[in-house]
Design a protein around this ligand. Sequence first.
Ligand SMILES: *[C@@H]1O[C@H](CO)[C@@H](O)[C@H](O)[C@H]1NC(C)=O
Ligand SMILES: *[C@@H]1O[C@H](CO)[C@@H](O)[C@H](O)[C@H]1NC(C)=O
Ligand SMILES: *[C@@H]1O[C@H](CO)[C@@H](O)[C@H](O)[C@H]1NC(C)=O
Ligand SMILES: *[C@@H]1O[C@H](CO)[C@@H](O)[C@H](O)[C@H]1NC(C)=O
Ligand SMILES: *[C@@H]1O[C@H](CO)[C@@H](O)[C@H](O)[C@H]1NC(C)=O
Ligand SMILES: *[C@@H]1O[C@H](CO)[C@@H](O)[C@H](O)[C@H]1NC(C)=O
Ligand SMILES: *[C@@H]1O[C@H](CO)[C@@H](O)[C@H](O)[C@H]1NC(C)=O
Ligand SMILES: *[C@@H]1O[C@H](CO)[C@@H](O)[C@H](O)[C@H]1NC(C)=O
Ligand SMILES: *[C@@H]1O[C@H](CO)[C@@H](O)[C@H](O)[C@H]1NC(C)=O
Ligand SMILES: *[C@@H]1O[C@H](CO)[C@@H](O)[C@H](O)[C@H]1NC(C)=O
Ligand SMILES: *[C@@H]1O[C@H](CO)[C@@H](O)[C@H](O)[C@H]1NC(C)=O
Ligand SMILES: *[C@@H]1O[C@H](CO)[C@@H](O)[C@H](O)[C@H]1NC(C)=O
Length: 644
Amino acid sequence: MQLSPLQSRLAASVIASCLLVALYFTLFSPHFALAAELKEALPVLLDNVDFDLAADQPERSPLDPVYEPEFPAFDRGIVGRATQLAMALTNNEAMPLNVDAGTTQLFSFAVPKLPARDEGRHPLELRDGHEGPEERNLGSNALEGDAALEARDAQAQAHTLERRQSSRTVYISANTCLQPQPVDPSKTTMDPPQLTLFVSTSASNQSPGPRGDPSSQVAVTFTGGAAMYNVTTPSDEIYLGVYAPNVSSAFSGTYNFQIAASTDGSVFSYSVDQDAGLILVDSDYQGALLMTHNLTDSTDPSAQQQIMNSQPYVMFAQNTKDRSINGLQYSYCGLQNYAQIAATKNGQFASMVTTGMTKRGPGSLPKQEFYFSGLNSSSEYVGILARIGNSSGTDSVLSGGHVFRATSFETNPDHGNCAIIRNLTFCDQVAYSVPSNPNKFGNATVLGQFYDNYAATMYANFNKSLAQIPCEAVSSQRYSLATNCSLCAAAYKEWLCSVTIPRCEDFSHDASYLHPRALVQPFPNGDVLDQEALAAVHFENTSAFNSSRNPMIDQFVQPGPYKEVLPCEDLCYKLAQSCPAAMGFGCPLPGDPGFASSYGQRSSNLSCNYQGSAHLRSAAVPAPAISWALLGGAVVGGLSFVFL
Ligand SMILES: *[C@@H]1O[C@H](CO)[C@@H](O)[C@H](O)[C@H]1NC(C)=O
Ligand SMILES: *[C@@H]1O[C@H](CO)[C@@H](O)[C@H](O)[C@H]1NC(C)=O
Ligand SMILES: *[C@@H]1O[C@H](CO)[C@@H](O)[C@H](O)[C@H]1NC(C)=O
Ligand SMILES: *[C@@H]1O[C@H](CO)[C@@H](O)[C@H](O)[C@H]1NC(C)=O
Ligand SMILES: *[C@@H]1O[C@H](CO)[C@@H](O)[C@H](O)[C@H]1NC(C)=O
Ligand SMILES: *[C@@H]1O[C@H](CO)[C@@H](O)[C@H](O)[C@H]1NC(C)=O
Ligand SMILES: *[C@@H]1O[C@H](CO)[C@@H](O)[C@H](O)[C@H]1NC(C)=O
Ligand SMILES: *[C@@H]1O[C@H](CO)[C@@H](O)[C@H](O)[C@H]1NC(C)=O
Ligand SMILES: *[C@@H]1O[C@H](CO)[C@@H](O)[C@H](O)[C@H]1NC(C)=O
Ligand SMILES: *[C@@H]1O[C@H](CO)[C@@H](O)[C@H](O)[C@H]1NC(C)=O
Ligand SMILES: *[C@@H]1O[C@H](CO)[C@@H](O)[C@H](O)[C@H]1NC(C)=O
Ligand SMILES: *[C@@H]1O[C@H](CO)[C@@H](O)[C@H](O)[C@H]1NC(C)=O
């Protein structure tokens, strides 16, 4: 049968449609099925997604009534047991935790076994002892039961012996990071009580704490927010409790602490030694310069360079009126949280502190220095040095931080006419307060340059005269066999920098070794000393009292009344000794006219100024042997430069 074109088109489109429908079902039918499934499954999924177990239990579980009740049971179990559960500490790892007043947090520490090589020291007889039973065990089936028991006994015995042999020292240390704060700081004068660490090595006392058996535990009360305790024990497990005492209602908040157990050393540590590790170099009315001791005794340049490239210490400073760090002075994290100024990365007001390495001072050994600015005048501060170590075995300070005893320092009254300068180019050893005037030199860098340029100019004159000395001549023609031109130049520089850049103390400072200067001039704020004040400092109408040592200072700086720490006499003696007599350097001797207003004598205090000086507790240095012949009896009154 022939189809008309229309019919064949219809047939073709019907066939195509059928094919299409078939194809459609083949390809897409699963989607219908899935959609149908989803419609029923969806509520279940949503229900399961909602893990808020606390909310309406009965409504949520029509689909799985058996499954549901397991959750609340489990949940309750954890909550119920939480206060009893001891948290496991990992060797050398600090664990931070909150503890509410009146409660105890428990910890356990599984003492790591000694490394194999240490156990190798165990006596061989130990192994011989249980070799017999083991052999019998292997050799005879009939004896198996008895032999196995025997072997087990022997092993247990060996194990106890081994454990006794491998007694290990465990160092437990902790830091209080947060403590309850006074509700009304203006009324509360006491500090929140310290936490207590309880340590038990006995399996019979696994919850050491205030109610634990005192005979099987040790209580260590935190000192300044820190606790360190070491125990040498054969036991496998140590049990710890940190107890927060009840706190009076004057305080609110909770305690937070970090605790760590280690077999290598205290993770958190502190030292209460008299030696604070920090030396006050000088302070002015708004700042203070402090530095560490020599960080090495090594004269090896590469060892020194390695230290110069590091900045091992951080520092905290606190106005003593601010009580926020009280009770936390030995806690690194406590200081980090509460100290007013923290010279640490991202520390509180870290912009008020600059720190760097320096080799300034006697010995030219590396030290780290800290310069604080923006402090209040006439205020007492404490500076606390700290160090964050790392847990590599070679470093005795582990990662938690070591905190040194605080160093106290005071800022000057606000006369504003003594300012710390440092980091000078020529007089590179100068880092102390100098006469200043904020109206003339608002910027310590510019003030420093003023003094430094002056000293450098003076030195250039000296250098010209030194050039006329036959320094390079054969020894018979040299001016001295004991000394030479480079020693002379060094002595001159040291003396020059100390003399042209006077060390300034505030006028109100009343130490007897200080010399009053520029008494008749006005302070930067315009105040002038009255007769009474002048009489009090035994004013004499001489240039030693009514002006500065150096006319340049009165002319350009105009600091007004201040007191000077006079340069040490030995600087002058050394100069006179080292340089050719022809240069005519002479020094006044104690008792000579002019000596008292020109030079100071060393004592245990910083009673005279020398290059690299600081407020060391004992700065006493034996007086250098002086060749009196060289001093030539010349008397140099006040400041005089003697050039050929
Ligand atoms: C362990 O602590 C005691 C004081 O409790 C201390 O004298 C001793 O030096 C410490 N031992 C070590 C190795 O730190
Ligand atoms: C601490 O306070 C709680 C509740 O106020 C009291 O039950 C407990 O006895 C107190 N503990 C001490 C040691 O005072
Ligand atoms: C650094 O070492 C030198 C040389 O041993 C010594 O004279 C100086 O007093 C030391 N300085 C400090 C700050 O300890
Ligand atoms: C300066 O004193 C004010 C007022 O006593 C005080 O609020 C501020 O914290 C002090 N600043 C420093 C750096 O000591
Ligand atoms: C840890 O100290 C060692 C040497 O004491 C040093 O080589 C290493 O770089 C230090 N690591 C860190 C992360 O500071
Ligand atoms: C000291 O001055 C030099 C430039 O003269 C500067 O690069 C350096 O940062 C300064 N150091 C300090 C601690 O201010
Ligand atoms: C001091 O002045 C110098 C040059 O004018 C400037 O580079 C420096 O930033 C100033 N320092 C301060 C602390 O203002
Ligand atoms: C001192 O003079 C010598 C040449 O006589 C020169 O080499 C040296 O750089 C000068 N020193 C200073 C600080 O000007
Ligand atoms: C000067 O003497 C010192 C010490 O005796 C010596 O170290 C130095 O090399 C001498 N300098 C010259 C240029 O001879
Ligand atoms: C100091 O003496 C000079 C003259 O020698 C006199 O002009 C001046 O008024 C005196 N100053 C005082 C404060 O006595
Ligand atoms: C300071 O004392 C000297 C010496 O007595 C005197 O010549 C000078 O005028 C005095 N200067 C002032 C400002 O009193
Ligand atoms: C050192 O300072 C103390 C306290 O400031 C003072 O009592 C003592 O007299 C001073 N010693 C000397 C030698 O000036």
